[in-house]
Design a protein around this ligand. Structure first.
Ligand SMILES: Nc1nc2c(c(=O)[nH]1)N[C@H]1C(S)=C(S)[C@@H](COP(=O)(O)O)O[C@H]1N2
Ligand SMILES: [Mo]
Length: 314
């Protein structure tokens, strides 16, 4: 895969306004009044317009999925296990106020408001390929900032070899957590060099607006060369560790989901092939496409795994 300017003009992308009515008007008013004062991210109501620049270098040239596809076909077990559940069940979730606790092997620790977390970081739009472990894929125009820039602010110590992320645990607000389908709260992790890779993105929006609840508002991770389950939503905790942290899907079914979870068409899931994927929204014949090593990002990330047996470290 090559990284270059998207071949579709921004004007060809379905405008998200089509899918927002009253909220868009409010958000539009907010953006018109305040956007010049907001050089970087600020918290804003769900669906509020964000200020960002396009990052062509880190964007693929494929056409993004439609807004309804990205926000209507989700995995987010905190709001139910069916693909339609997160949209149906997350409407009343309020991702404000929000704070993130930072701890472990770091020089700067504490609890930070979302505003504190976001303030220094200019936002970028990046169009990334997205590949779920269940062998479906999309292309998504995320808005966020490099995870590396956030991590640097916390000054990880020499002992910090991994970074662990935790999702909110609040069964009152997240009805799926009343069922014991997973060991709550959802946890994920990256090796420090993976976390510092420029493609790893802290995401606050998509299609130019703050994240809808079902996509992980107000703050989620995107690691485009890994299966989707690594991209943890609604993050409330960041912890630097010396040892490899537990991860939810690895705890749930260790033979099926590893810590690394790099997209790899040569290593099948025990219950299905990973050689191809179904592209959501594509016409029937075009929907099946080959899965690419590291989801198409091999040129950028393969070096992180030099000398590792990727069948063993799946
Ligand atoms: N907290 C949390 N994060 C999560 C999940 C989840 O169930 N809970 N599902 C993961 C999986 S399996 C996928 S494929 C992606 C889906 O992200 P999307 O709904 O924005 O496409 O979120 C990931 N992050
Ligand atoms: Mo997934």
């Amino acid at each position: 895969m090559t990284f270059r300017t998207p071949r579709i003009a921004p004007s060809e992308i379905t405008p998200p306004e089509v899918f927002f009515n009253r909220r868009t008007l409010l958000a539009g008013a907010l953006a018109a009044g305040a956007s010049s004062l907001l050089p970087a991210a600020e918290t804003a109501p769900s669906g509020a317009k964000l200020q960002y620049t396009r990052n062509a270098q880190y964007s693929v040239s494929e056409a993004p999925n439609k807004y309804e596809e990205i926000t209507g076909y989700n995995n987010y077990y905190e709001f139910g296990t069916d693909k339609e559940d997160p949209k149906a069940n997350s409407g009343s979730f309020r991702p404000t106020p929000w704070s993130v606790a930072v701890g472990g092997e770091a020089g700067v620790k504490g609890t930070f408001t979302l505003e504190d977390i976001l303030k220094p970081h200019p936002l970028e739009e990046r169009i990334y390929r997205f590949r779920c472990v269940e062998a479906w894929s999309m292309v998504i125009p995320w808005v966020g900032f490099p995870l590396s820039a956030l991590i640097e602010r916390f000054k990880p110590t020499a002992k910090a070899k991994y970074v662990e992320f935790t999702t909110l645990y609040d069964p009152h607000r997240m009805p799926g957590q009343r069922e014991r389908v997973l060991a709550w709260p959802y946890v994920e992790g990256l090796r420090m060099d993976e976390a510092m890779h420029p493609l790893a993105l802290m995401v606050v929006g998509l299609y130019g607006q703050t994240l809808p609840n079902q996509d992980g508002a107000p703050l989620r991770l995107i690691v485009p060369w890994k299966y989707g389950f690594k991209s943890i939503k609604a993050i409330v905790k960041i912890n630097f560790t010396e040892k490899q942290p537990n991860t939810t899907w690895n705890l749930s079914a260790p033979q099926e989901y590893g810590f690394y979870a790099n997209v790899n068409p040569q290593v099948d899931h025990p219950r299905w092939s990973q050689a191809t994927e179904r592209h959501i929204g594509a016409a029937f014949l075009a929907a099946r496409r080959p899965t690419l090593p590291f989801n198409g990002y091999a040129e950028q990330v393969a070096g992180l795994y030099k000398g590792m047996d990727l069948r063993r470290y799946y």
